[in-house]
Design a protein around this ligand. Structure first.
Ligand SMILES: [Zn+2]
Length: 253
């Protein structure tokens, strides 16, 4: 029988990750955090449309405006002097140095955004950096080459795929589900019910600020409910994305 892995992915290195980690520890779950090493401590606000963060506003501008058309939540990144402690025990993955749309960068800039970020993260967190998430989900063949040269083994795109299969090309790794989906619990049920010889992967994606939206589909209670639901299934291995790939490769080689 194949193994079933469940992994959480959270992007941007946000203050909300502290609360996420508290809850993950309560349920003994692993996770991967995609951090931009050039943006520690950066503070903006994220405006919500539906359940999605759609616009980003600098803090000064936010504070100047009295009336906002959209509900905004803080998109504050954890300061550099706190990150090592906050993320201790969790996988850190790259998200580029400055959250750049990589295919739109020049060749030199693209390399800098990846190589520099991987080097910074490795040094700061004292762990091998093998994971990556494309900012805005924007990827290309050229990006994949740069990532490979930087030692990246898997890179997440914005596309969703509910086959629960490990991807043929790990540098184009889809997510299974975004936690804001109305169907989260249905998709989880499908995952639990599936019996195959193959190893399976469920990658749940999100940003911590989305829980602050406090809408029907995006709130802290739902986050905890998902954690509860997954860990109640004892045959599911809850770990980091790196560990899921490592265990899977170890079993199939
Ligand atoms: Zn991001």
């Amino acid at each position: 029988m194949g193994n079933k892995y469940f992994v959480w992915n959270f992007d941007d290195g946000l203050e909300q990750d502290k609360k996420i980690i508290e809850i993950l520890k309560k349920y003994n779950m692993g996770a991967t955090f995609n951090v931009n090493s050039g943006l520690y401590g950066d503070q903006t606000y994220e405006g919500r449309i539906g359940n999605l963060g759609m616009t980003e506003m600098p803090k000064e501008k936010y504070e100047m405006k009295k009336k906002h058309l959209l509900p905004y939540v803080p998109h504050f990144r954890i300061p550099e002097d706190e990150v090592v402690k906050v993320y201790e025990g969790f996988e850190i993955a790259s998200h580029t140095l400055m959250h750049k749309n990589l295919p739109q960068c020049s060749v030199i800039e693209r390399q800098r955004q990846v190589y520099q970020d991987v080097r910074n993260l490795k040094e700061k967190f004292n762990q091998e950096i093998v994971g990556f998430a494309y900012p805005y989900g924007a990827s290309s063949k050229e990006c994949e080459t740069v990532l490979k040269n930087a030692g990246i083994k898997y890179a997440r795109i914005a596309h969703t795929d509910q086959s629960f299969r490990f991807p043929e090309n790990p540098l184009r790794l889809p997510m299974t589900c975004w936690h804001i989906s109305k169907k989260v619990f249905d998709i989880l049920e499908e995952f639990y019910a599936l019996q195959t010889e193959e190893d399976l992967l469920f990658l749940m994606f999100g940003h911590g600020y989305e829980f602050d939206f406090n809408t029907k589909e995006s709130n802290w209670e739902k986050f905890e409910k998902i954690c509860q639901n997954v860990t109640a299934n004892h045959d599911i291995i809850c770990c980091s994305t790196r560990d899921a790939f490592q265990m899977h490769e170890g079993r199939s080689s």
